[in-house]
Write a protein that binds this ligand. Structure first.
Ligand code: HEC
Ligand code: HEC
Ligand code: HEC
Ligand code: HEC
Ligand code: HEC
Length: 251
């Protein structure tokens, strides 16, 4: 009897077997690439808000401390977004005719809160806590980018697990003296339009590394700064060995 399947079919069979093994991986890889693309994670994309609120105006030019509006950031898991009353402490007296503030006045008059679109969110199975980070000298900018210079707020980090772990394994590359977390903003704030980084270095006595920190570029640190970081990790009693245990973030 003649062979039903010639030697060529063998190759085809092998190839198709290979394909069927590879296919699920290809699909998974493609899917994870899509979910990780900046479009999907919405990184660096400003989101529409009910009011054109500018951090650059309020936090940098006017010099309002982050904690004036994000009151619980040092005390609780959540930073929180301010209620309309916080805006009205000023806007019941200034810029009262601005059409841009109409939704704020409406919200105040009716008691219906403004519906801000939340940008930063980790999945429900991840535990996150602001207070522990801020109290151990991790600056807002490392996780949120240069918020103080944003007109419309955008998300700066995708919050992938690997990103959290990068710092949990080597916090010395990111940590600052905890009293400096907010002092640095204060030093940098001015009643002037945004000035180039070069000028900040010469005029305000802020070091190049501090400027990088305000931009959220903490990893570009000198050996001396990392050495300082090591000392802080020890001083603040940070348990680096436990910080990448699964239960820390998945409880
Ligand atoms: C005058 C009040 C005010 C001040 C001061 C302020 N913020 Fe905000 N912040 C807001 C409001 C309102 C929102 C919601 C609208 C938006 O996303 O722009 C917000 C949103 C944010 C978000 C995005 C939250 C999310 O996930 O949707 C971050 C991050 C943030 N602020 C960080 C900061 C930092 C860091 C500072 C200090 C440098 C600061 N804020 C100072 C009022 C303020
Ligand atoms: C500490 C006082 C203060 C607080 C609190 C404050 N603002 Fe303002 N805001 C100002 C001042 C001053 C200006 C004018 C800035 C400028 O144009 O130089 C302004 C400008 C604005 C403008 C632009 C108005 C225009 O016509 O250009 C908007 C919108 C605004 N604020 C929204 C808010 C919202 C929303 C909140 C609450 C989350 C808030 N502000 C909290 C002081 C404040
Ligand atoms: C270690 C990283 C990290 C640091 C440091 C950090 N944040 Fe966040 N922030 C996050 C994450 C992650 C979320 C999303 C939290 C969630 O989904 O529960 C978030 C959410 C927020 C939100 C949205 C509202 C909320 O409470 O969830 C605001 C506002 C905010 N951060 C402000 C700040 C301010 C202001 C600082 C500095 C004082 C700061 N963050 C420091 C990682 C950080
Ligand atoms: C830039 C550094 C940095 C980044 C980024 C960071 N962490 Fe942390 N995290 C720390 C430090 C420092 C501590 C304090 C550890 C200590 O005190 O032992 C900490 C502590 C924690 C704790 C322990 C809280 C407790 O109650 O014990 C949790 C949970 C946590 N981080 C979750 C996260 C998650 C989730 C992310 C990513 C979305 C993240 N962290 C990103 C530096 C970081
Ligand atoms: C520092 C915090 C942190 C630690 C420690 C941590 N995870 Fe995660 N994990 C996260 C975050 C944040 C996400 C969400 C990632 C995303 O949305 O892309 C996540 C997601 C996951 C997922 C969902 C799949 C994925 O990758 O998105 C699995 C599974 C997981 N973690 C398992 C683990 C295991 C097992 C450990 C211990 C070896 C661990 N995690 C330790 C923060 C952490």
């Amino acid at each position: 009897m003649a062979q039903l399947f010639g030697p060529a079919t063998n190759t085809i069979a092998r190839a198709s077997l290979l394909c069927s093994i590879a296919l699920p991986f290809v699909v998974l890889l493609a899917a994870s690439q899509i979910t990780r693309s900046p479009y999907n994670t919405k990184v660096n994309i400003a989101v529409d808000q009910p009011v054109f609120f500018s951090h650059n105006h309020h936090a940098y030019e006017l010099g309002i401390d982050c904690r004036f509006c994000h009151t619980s950031v040092e005390k609780s898991a959540y930073a929180g977004v301010p209620p309309t009353q916080t805006c009205m402490t000023c806007h019941s007296q200034i810029w009262t005719n601005s059409p841009l503030l109409e939704p704020v006045r409406q919200s105040f008059a009716t008691g219906a809160p403004l519906k801000w679109n939340l940008l930063n969110k980790v999945p429900d199975y991840v535990y996150f806590n602001h207070s522990i980070h801020v109290q151990k000298g991790i600056s807002c900018n490392i996780c949120h980018g240069p918020v103080q210079n944003m007109n419309m707020t955008y998300k700066a980090q995708p919050f992938h697990m690997s990103w959290c772990l990068q710092c949990h394994r080597n916090p010395e590359n990111y940590i600052r003296p905890k009293e400096e977390v907010f002092n640095l903003y204060a030093k940098y704030q001015t009643n002037a339009p945004v000035i180039p980084d070069q000028k900040i270095v010469s005029d305000k006595g802020i070091t190049r590394e501090e400027v990088a920190l305000l931009r959220g570029n903490a990893p570009n640190r000198s050996a001396a700064m990392i050495e300082e970081g090591r000392k802080l990790v020890e001083k603040y009693n940070i348990k680096v060995k436990q910080l990448d245990d699964c239960w820390i973030c998945h409880r």
